[in-house]
Design a protein around this ligand. Structure first.
Ligand code: NAD
Length: 477
């Protein structure tokens, strides 16, 4: 039975209560996790602080890097095991689960080599002075992680924080935490000192809330919904705790009439089908220049009709959604769209092997979706692509920017000048030109504008968020 991981020890929750772990493939309970509360967070924060004061805080950046490199290698050795754990926990098709395990390997590898390259500056100032800056870790960092990519988000968030010299208390989603408990065990095996990485499971409103309220937490990295992101900002504001927020998205794929549709097609499909559409950076809106619209819909529609959802082990295009309420949410959006007269162009299938008790949704392509409709504005977080047409570049920009989100956008055009103009005019943390990186790119700074959040994770840039800059002015005459 997976326990909390505190100070390199598997521990029960203080309350002794547990929560069920449900397999999304068949809706059955197959495991339990600890239902932790504020007392468990207190224990984890205490262990983390002790580690920072006594061991981790004494390590050089190079020593931290070496341990992260060992962890990367250990995760690589256990990649199949970790992929299998996360596959069952989240319902991911085999290829996706393996991709996620290998991304974790790469995150640790990237940050292993990054921490000792975080240089400060020297600043010309008054005569007789020397001024320098250096980056210091925040201290004990809190990491609240969602269910859609547990390993990947752990890698980018905890990897960056550790490399920068912090110690971590992690609160995974109550819907998907098993792979992260195992990663923490592997970290202990390769020599991470007790308290460097702690994982405490349970409900967000209980243990997540306790984490962000804890006065011993010096920085919060939150990845999740805009609703909870707002709550966390309010709580953190009370005690002036810095926060990085990675929230949702409503990614536009903008297809101009000169685009190479054959090249775009796999990116359009994968951008919304990957992880059954449960991806913050999913390309969930298809904006196509009028005149090219019908042709594109025909090609994308044909591809959608061939998409199959089914049990994760069959490794089809889509696995199940994470839980029953998520499936009901997706169906609710689709019913609302249909009753508003929005037409379905094509729908994929759910294979016969999929148990009725599992949470499967068929991939669905909708057309002529009005920009103001809820399905064009809010995250469905399922395999639903909303197509709409635009006349010219100005209208494309207006539509691309016409939601509260601004995370990732894709632009498809052969016109070089337009590529640059669009990259500048679209409000998003990442703009992909003639490609689309739903969730990808360990090296690429990632984060949002507007309701998609603020701060950046991934890439070298993340290290700045996990540190605070100190300026030292020396008057030596
Ligand atoms: P969620 O906001 O419901 O939960 C995220 C995490 O927050 C979970 O661990 C949950 O237990 C915890 N939580 C819930 N209430 C809390 C509270 N009051 N205090 C502290 N923690 C609390 O999101 P979800 O349903 O797990 O994930 C889906 C959402 O995450 C989507 O909106 C998606 O776009 C977003 N997401 C964003 C990114 C990104 O990098 N921008 C990546 C993945 C997912």
């Amino acid at each position: 039975m997976p326990r909390n991981h505190i100070a390199n020890t598997a521990v029960r929750s203080v309350s002794g209560q547990t929560l069920p772990v449900i397999d999304p493939a068949d809706g059955q309970t197959y495991e339990t996790i600890e239902r932790s509360n504020a007392a468990d967070i207190d224990n984890a924060v205490r262990a983390a602080r002790e580690c920072l004061d006594q061991t981790w805080g004494q390590f050089t950046a190079a020593e931290r890097g070496r341990l992260l490199m060992k962890l990367s290698a250990k995760v690589a050795e256990h990649a199949d095991e970790l992929a299998a754990i996360e596959q069952r926990d989240c319902g991911k098709p085999t290829r996706q689960a393996k991709t996620d395990a290998l991304a974790l390997v790469r995150y640790f590898e990237f940050y292993a080599g990054a921490g000792d390259k975080l240089h400060g500056d020297t600043i010309p100032y008054l005569n007789g002075y020397s001024v320098l800056t250096w980056y210091e870790p925040h201290g004990v960092t809190g990491h609240v992680i969602p269910w859609n990519y547990p390993m990947q988000i752990f890698g980018r968030s905890v990897g960056g924080a550790l490399a920068a010299g912090n110690v971590c208390v992690v609160k995974p989603s109550e819907d998907a935490c098993l792979s992260l408990i195992r990663v923490a065990e592997l970290a202990a095996e390769v020599g991470f000192p007790p308290g460097a990485i702690n994982v405490v499971t349970g409900y967000g409103h209980e243990v997540g809330d306790a984490l962000v309220r804890h006065p011993g937490i010096d920085h919060i990295s939150f990845t999740g919904s805009p609703r909870v992101g707002t709550l966390i900002q309010q709580v953190a504001a009370e005690r002036h705790c810095p926060v990085t927020l990675e929230l949702g998205g409503k990614g536009p794929q903008i297809i101009f009439a000169d685009a190479d549709i054959e090249a775009a097609l796999p990116f359009i499909i994968n951008g919304i089908v990957q992880n059954a559409g449960q991806t913050c950076s999913a390309g969930s809106r298809l904006l196509v220049q009028r005149g090219f619209y019908e042709q594109v819909l025909e090609r994308v529609g044909k591809a959608f009709s061939a998409l199959r959802a089914g049990p994760p082990k069959l490794d089809l295009d889509l696995g199940p959604l994470i839980r029953k309420t998520q499936l009901e949410r997706v169906h609710g959006f689709l019913e609302e769209a249909r009753s508003a007269g929005i037409a379905t162009v094509a729908q994929g299938s759910i294979v016969a092997e999929a148990p009725d008790t599992g949470f499967y949704a068929a991939a669905t392509l909708l057309r002529d979706v009005p920009m103001e409709h809820r399905i064009a504005q809010e995250e469905v977080f399922g395999p639903v692509l909303s197509a709409m047409s635009f006349d010219d570049e100005d209208q494309a920009v207006e539509m691309a920017n016409g939601t509260n989100f601004g995370l990732v956008a894709g632009v498809w055009t052969q016109d070089g000048a337009r590529q640059f103009r669009m990259a500048r005019r679209v409000r998003a943390g990442q703009v992909f030109i003639n490609n689309y990186g739903a969730g990808g790119g360990v090296e690429l700074p990632f984060g949002g504008t507007k309701a998609s959040g603020y701060g950046r994770e991934k890439g070298f840039e993340a290290l700045y968020g996990f540190t605070t800059l100190k300026t030292v002015a020396i008057r030596h005459g």
